[in-house]
Ligand binder design. Structure first.
Ligand code: AHR
Length: 712
């Protein structure tokens, strides 16, 4: 069990102790109050303590259909317009080797494990040329490592050069224009030319030449255009000389076409997957990456702006690899702009993972000021210091901003409980200068009332484990960060974690994720925002730790150098995000089937011995678009049998006979998508008839359905 796994369990502890409610009755939010509906239909108040203590009831035998009553005439709660969003950090090669379209790996020769990592010398066998990384030929103050190519034996017949392997491959597609650039200088007397090539096994796929080198650093830019070559990824970027030379290189870069043609932009395919989700916000950057192991390795936003040649990059020691910071603060914001989502700006709060903390008071002041400056960079006019810097960086217009999150998982700041003081200092300063901003806390605080609290929930996959969290937000008890009596909630990181080392979830995990999401969405007047985490994983070399491309298993979207795919949980997010309207409808669900769920000793409330509980296998909610009167019924059937649901809708004058279903299903809960089978499990949309104010529908085994009805 590695360190992060232990940590995940700790994140989950508060909720793992949360009462499991047995058995069939579901609890539905009805506007202001709560009703606990027993199978007999009798109303009772919910007694959480009793529910927690009660011995698990034997599995009720359910026969006949689930009975769903949607009370569309009763006052409905408002569904949060911000509910569906994204969380991001540099983990699993999310940006470098991921969304950020740069194809050269270790472009500034700063990889901590080996500054020459991913670089090779190209020469004929036995020749005595060399490459090395030197620090006496810096490009500037921040790019201080340069690659020195010593090529005494180079000739037209035996060129000598440098080659980069990319992020587990360099993708080449037919009829595509790539932009290569680099800084170079050469010993006196050598002016070139240099050949720049995209080179595949045994073939040159695109080529260009530059000349004009001299003793001073100079930037070179070329376009490499491929012809009708097959798509491939086992390629290299090669820069070579056909005559003897000593050449220094820095910031060697290669970009394919990017989303919205941004010069320092993002991969088209991954951006399209995200765009298809219609996310409303991006929590940036979240996670351990924001904090770093030490203050020096935090996400220091001021070092991620300006031209990329002015960005030093930093060791992402939270996840064990170098971050180029090519995707820096402005690029995050442009990512938001491209996908029409709002940033949720996470600011460093004076705490880093190795229990490094800044004492509240004067010592913390510079970090508070950094946060205020960051907000100004995002929102300020060009007449402000940081707004002017943003304009100089290429974006004169300010960005919208409503939410600022102070830190990340500060419950791990153990011993001193400094978060109360740190949060208060940030909160006061932010509210004083930007009173309209909503300030999010990462754990419970005293002294100030945060506008929202960011809850995290990672649940190791087990028999219906995430499904047992369906009711997490139904409670209005006074205790617990999931109580509806507390501050509004941002569920900023959550996921079912597939068995070890699965890069992306299986259908079984997606079923659990969908049930939790249904539970949150029907409480989305309280849970204002949610984002699955982590978002990305490079599966090009999914070896563990810092040697591979995956540091954290079970991520929403996978990709290698050439392709990408959405997991079943990705499709759940997409289906739900596209189909919800703005009202949560009151509903009751009866005759719900359950299954045994065995709690392992020592887990989930600390049972002394294995304990069998019951957990539902069908999860349902109903929402409505108040303008169009479309009603969305979301149904999870996590069992291996088809499930009939008898629907009655009250409080509407009519329901049209024709509607639509979107169904995500699999023949086995272990089925999943992968880079080889990216579309094995995808939602299927179909027109349906036979709907009305009462009807019965059958939901397939292992399925997630959005049934769209049209109210009249
Ligand atoms: O999402 C992976 C990690 O889980 C995040 O970096 C951290 O916030 C949480 O512990």
């Amino acid at each position: 069990m590695n360190r992060w796994y232990i940590r995940v369990l700790l994140v989950g502890l508060p909720v793992l102790f949360f009462p499991f409610r047995s058995p069939a009755p579901l609890i539905y939010h009805l506007g202001e109050g709560w009703i606990y509906e027993s199978p007999s239909g009798k109303e009772a108040s919910l007694d959480l303590a009793a529910a927690q203590e009660a011995a698990p009831a034997p599995a009720p035998t359910k026969t006949g259909p689930v009975v769903l009553t949607i009370k569309a005439g009763e006052p409905a709660a408002k569904l949060s317009p911000m509910f569906y969003g994204l969380m991001t950090e540099e983990i699993n090669y999310s940006y470098d080797g991921g969304l950020y379209a740069e194809l050269v790996n270790n472009r500034t020769f700063k990889d901590r494990r080996d500054p020459l990592r991913y670089w090779n010398l190209v020469q004929t066998a036995g020749a005595n040329n060399s490459i090395s990384v030197v620090t006496d030929q810096p490009l500037n103050d921040v790019l201080t490592n340069s690659l020195k190519l010593d090529a005494p034996s180079a000739s037209a017949a035996t060129p000598v050069g440098i080659a980069n392997e990319g992020f587990w491959g360099i993708p080449v597609t037919p009829n595509t224009r790539y932009r290569a650039s680099f800084y170079a200088r050469a010993a006196e007397g050598f002016t070139g030319p240099l050949t720049v090539e995209l080179s595949g096994p045994g073939a040159v796929l695109a080529s260009a030449r530059v000349s004009g080198l001299g003793p001073a650093w100079k930037k070179f830019e070329v376009t490499l255009t491929t012809g009708s070559v097959p798509a491939s990824k086992d390629n290299h970027l090669v820069i070579s000389t056909g005559s003897p030379a000593t050449i220094f290189f820095n910031l060697v870069s290669l970009f394919p076409p990017t989303f919205n043609d941004r010069p320092n932009g993002n991969r088209k395919d991954i951006m399209q997957l995200l765009a298809d989700m219609h996310p409303s916000f991006l929590r940036l950057p979240g996670g351990n990456y924001l904090e770093g192991n030490t203050i020096a390795t935090r996400f220091n936003w001021k070092e991620t702006i300006h031209d990329i040649s002015k960005r030093p990059g930093h060791q992402d020691d939270a996840w064990g690899y170098w971050s180029s910071d090519g995707l820096g603060l402005l690029e995050y914001l442009e990512w938001c702009e491209d996908l029409h989502m709002e940033p949720v700006l996470a600011v460093y709060a004076g705490y880093s993972l190795r229990q490094v903390r800044v004492t509240p008071g004067p010592d913390l002041e510079p970090y508070v000021q950094d946060a205020l400056d960051e907000i100004e960079y995002v929102t300020g006019g060009q007449n402000t210091t940081w707004g002017a810097q943003r304009a100089a960086d290429g974006h004169p217009a300010p960005f919208p901003l409503h939410y600022v999150e102070v830190g990340n998982e500060d419950q791990f700041d153990r011993g001193t409980n400094s978060y109360n003081g740190r949060f208060a200092q940030f909160y006061d300063a932010i509210k004083a200068k930007y009173p309209a901003l909503q300030v999010i806390a990462t754990t419970r605080v005293t002294g100030r009332t945060p506008d929202l609290i960011d809850n995290h929930l990672y649940v190791p996959a087990g028999e219906l484990a995430m499904e047992s969290h369906f009711h997490d937000y139904d409670s209005d008890s006074d205790s617990g960060r999931r109580s509806r009596n507390g501050p509004k909630v941002f569920e900023g990181e959550w996921a079912t974690q597939s068995p070890p080392r699965s890069p992306t979830p299986r259908m079984a995990d997606a079923l659990g994720d969908a049930s939790f999401l249904i539970g949150m969405e029907r409480n989305s007047d309280h849970v204002l925002m949610e984002s699955y985490a982590p978002l990305f994983v490079n599966v090009g070399n999914p070896r563990s730790g810092s040697t591979g491309s995956m540091q954290w298993s079970t991520d929403l979207i996978g990709y290698d150098a050439l392709g990408s795919y959405g997991s079943p949980s990705y499709y759940v997010q997409k289906m739900f995000s596209l189909n919800h309207g703005d009202e949560i409808l009151a509903a009751t669900v009866d005759n719900v089937p359950t299954r045994d769920w065995v709690q392992t000793p020592g887990r989930r409330g600390g049972a002394a011995a294995p304990r069998t509980n019951q957990v539902a296998t069908v999860f349902i909610n109903a929402t409505r678009d108040s303008k169009t009167k479309a009603i969305y019924v979301k149904v999870v059937n996590s069992a291996g049998q088809p499930q009939d649901v008898q629907v009655e809708i009250t409080g509407v004058s009519g329901i049209e006979s024709a509607g639509q279903t979107t169904v995500l299903s699999a023949s086995s809960p272990d089925d999943t998508n992968s880079i080889k089978e990216p579309q094995k499990i995808v939602p299927v949309t179909a027109k349906v008839t036979g709907l009305g104010k009462t009807f019965t529908r059958t939901f397939p085994p292992y399925s997630v359905t959005v049934l769209q009805l049209q109210g009249t």
